[in-house]
Design a protein around this ligand. Structure first.
Ligand code: SAM
Length: 352
């Protein structure tokens, strides 16, 4: 009988050019405009992959493989079917070389992950009932920050609707974010980092901030550090209303982050009925109007969503009302080095 270590060694790739050599071979300069920062240290990519759990015989979708460092770690961990989605055509020849070294285990899609139909990427037979264990399918990626935030918002909506990667069940995700965003995704009630993203992620998933990678580990080095975050969708979301309604309540409540929460709740309603309906909503949710948005728990957001849904049932036109944000957003930057705050708000609004 083969020992466990011999079994694992049979998954390992044969001797092969290093990631650095592949970069040189194909002249893969990182494109600053595309915020490309590569991980060349395979101990680090192995560590990221370990956060996903056991990948033996797993199906994996890796987003943005680039020169393929993380891809090698995924293949070495024993995944039997790795689908990589890469937007930049320059990386395709290097990935093909990797695919030849792992026959039948690496599929390459040249495309944009934001529009890729993941529901068609894997066989139906891997599906697991939502209420059961998660399927043996994992999403893993080290993407530019400007893509990872809109992508997680899109995937949270897909999770709520059980579409895209979640047609297969409670697919788990292991993704990198700018460190501050990783902290926001996992921030608890009352913490300084508590934000819309915290509530959106935590009402749908168990979210774990695994570890931080210093910026110096990337080539070229970004100005910020990077957090690796693991998501497991919950069997029962903590708020059971349509995603768009929940997102609207959360977005409005957080509109005035430092003020009392009633200020944001007010903005859910047209001026003529604002005071009356805000009072009704907060009373029915039993939420203290003087709490700050960051102090509200997820059960309190659930109560607010229940109360808002109830008001909308009686007056359906309420749901179409949108308070105009007069704030001029700064032009969006698409650089890994820039803080994400400038576009998180915009992306959340787009996600509606
Ligand atoms: N995963 C590699 C690593 O860790 O070294 C590369 C990381 S680099 C930060 C991000 C990669 O994602 C690049 O290869 C880039 O071309 C790719 N990418 C960027 N936007 C993408 C998108 N929308 N869809 C698919 N790939 C994308």
């Amino acid at each position: 009988m083969m020992t466990a270590s011999r079994k694992l060694s049979s998954f390992r790739l044969p001797p092969f050019p290093t990631v650095g050599e592949i970069i040189k071979l194909y002249n893969l300069r990182a494109e600053k405009q595309l915020s490309q920062n590569f991980l060349l240290d395979l101990r680090l990519t192995d560590k990221i992959v370990r956060q996903a759990g056991c990948l033996r015989d797993a199906h994996v979708c890796e987003v943005g493989p680039g020169p393929g460092g993380l891809t090698r770690s995924i293949l070495n961990s024993g995944a039997k079917d790795v689908l990589v989605v890469e937007k930049d055509t320059r990386f395709i020849p290097g990935l093909k070389l990797l695919s030849e070294a792992a026959p039948g285990r690496l599929r390459i899609v040249h495309g944009d992950i934001l529009s890729y139909r993941m529901d068609r990427g894997f066989p139906e037979t891997i599906s697991k009932p939502w209420e059961g264990d998660p399927p043996n399918l994992h999403l893993i990626g080290n993407l530019p920050f400007s893509v990872s935030t809109p992508l997680i918002i899109k995937w949270l909506e897909s999770m709520a609707n059980r579409t895209g990667p979640f047609v297969f069940g409670r697919t788990r995700l292991t993704l990198t974010f700018q460190k501050e965003v990783a902290e926001r995704l996992t921030a608890s009630t009352g913490s300084k980092q508590r934000s819309r993203l915290s509530i959106m992620a935590q009402y749908l998933c168990t979210v774990h901030n695994c570890f931080t990678i210093p910026g110096r580990a990337f080539v070229p080095k970004p100005k910020v550090d990077v957090g690796v975050v693991h998501f497991t969708p919950l069997v029962q979301p903590q708020i059971q209303h349509p995603f768009k309604l929940v997102e609207k309540v959360i977005r409005n409540v957080f509109q005035f982050r430092r003020k009392h929460c009633y200020k944001g709740v007010e903005k859910l309603f047209p001026e003529a009925s604002r005071v009356k309906l805000t009072q009704e909503m907060l009373q029915s949710a039993d939420v203290d109007p003087t709490l700050r948005p960051t102090e509200l728990t997820i059960p309190q957001f659930r109560a607010l969503a229940d109360a808002y849904a109830h008001l909308c049932t009686h007056e359906p036109s309420l749901f179409n009302y949108e308070y105009r944000v007069e704030l001029q957003m700064k032009p969006l930057t698409r650089q890994r080095n820039k803080p994400e705050d400038t576009y998180i708000m915009d992306e959340l609004t787009k996600a509606k």
